[in-house]
Design a protein around this ligand. Structure first.
Ligand SMILES: NC(=O)c1ccc[n+]([C@@H]2O[C@H](COP(=O)([O-])OP(=O)(O)OC[C@H]3O[C@@H](n4cnc5c(N)ncnc54)[C@H](OP(=O)(O)O)[C@@H]3O)[C@@H](O)[C@H]2O)c1
Length: 258
């Protein structure tokens, strides 16, 4: 039987690959046979991951890039195509979780949240889409959040610019999906619930009362485990979802249902 998740011969670009969910997704792409370009600001972390992934037999390129900087993004996309020949899959994963309510956030906080989570995604798409259109193939996976669907009233967990930017990711996904279907480019969004990463380790995971409350509310009784986002990312990145576009799938153990 044909393996619908096989990515042999494909080239994937992962933003925010220096830690957490992005690094895990890069591993999953390589396991499925793809060559991968790793993008983020911390080059040393990308190099360490690249060494690990190259031992799995694939071509892996490190391309340091701040996604909020249009010139850097433009250069990074050209570099990936120059080194790996093409881009079939774009995983827009880079993100920051800026905390605070509208009353607390400064204009700088707002810009940092929106620029990383949404503007950076726009830049990546702006430079990758023409290439995908020319080759009449593309899979774009945008990492949103369950916080594009649900919000917290607990003051310690309020993140209004995060909610806004991640809802924006859903909107961008929708618009792009409608525009590029005829180019055989699918665009889908993934909304992770709670997963341990640099973003959450010192804040949410270190907060015992919060974790007890989360586990009590979550129908599956626990946060996501390492690798548990990969199935959905691979689905949207492969032939398995060839007729699926514009969707937003939440991976949260059912937390947003209750
Ligand atoms: N963990 C969760 O529970 C959870 C839940 C919902 C959604 N998410 C989303 O999942 C994605 C990954 O987050 P994570 O949990 O894996 O957190 P993480 O470990 O903090 O990873 C964030 C990644 O984004 C990169 N990044 C941040 N700003 C960047 C910039 N300006 N340019 C390029 N890269 C940048 C970071 O790399 P550098 O610092 O090296 O640039 C890092 O690799 C984010 O979009 C996040 O919002 C996570």
């Amino acid at each position: 039987m044909k393996n619908l998740f096989d990515l042999t011969g494909r080239v994937a670009v992962v933003t925010g690959a220096s830690s957490g969910l992005g690094a895990d997704a890069a591993r999953a792409y390589v396991e499925q046979g793809a060559d991968v370009a790793l993008l983020a600001r911390r080059a040393a972390k990308l190099e360490t991951l690249a060494d690990e992934l190259r031992r799995m037999g694939r071509r892996v390129e490190v391309v340091p890039c701040d996604v909020t900087d249009e010139e850097q993004v433009k250069r990074a996309v050209a570099e990936v195509i120059g080194r790996l020949g093409r881009i079939d899959i774009l995983l827009n994963n880079a993100g920051v979780a800026v905390r605070g309510s509208v009353e607390e956030l400064t204009a700088e906080d707002w810009d940092r949240g929106m620029n990383t989570n949404l503007r950076g995604m726009f830049f990546m798409c702006k430079y990758v889409v023409p290439h995908m259109r020319a080759q009449h193939y593309g899979r774009i996976v945008n990492i949103s959040s369950v916080n594009a669907r649900i919000a917290d009233k607990n003051p310690a967990l309020v993140r209004h610019v995060y909610n806004a930017s991640k809802a924006g990711v859903r909107g961008l996904t929708l618009g792009m999906a409608a525009s590029y279907g005829m180019d055989n480019i699918t665009v889908n969004a993934v909304g992770p619930g709670l997963f341990e990463s640099e973003m959450t380790a010192d804040t949410l995971f270190a907060n015992e009362p919060f974790m007890q409350m989360y586990n009590a509310i979550c129908p599956m009784g626990r946060p996501g485990r390492r690798g548990e986002l990969n199935g959905t990312i691979l689905y949207f990145s492969s032939e398995a979802s060839s007729y699926v576009t514009g969707q937003y799938v939440v991976v949260d153990g059912g937390t947003s249902l209750v």
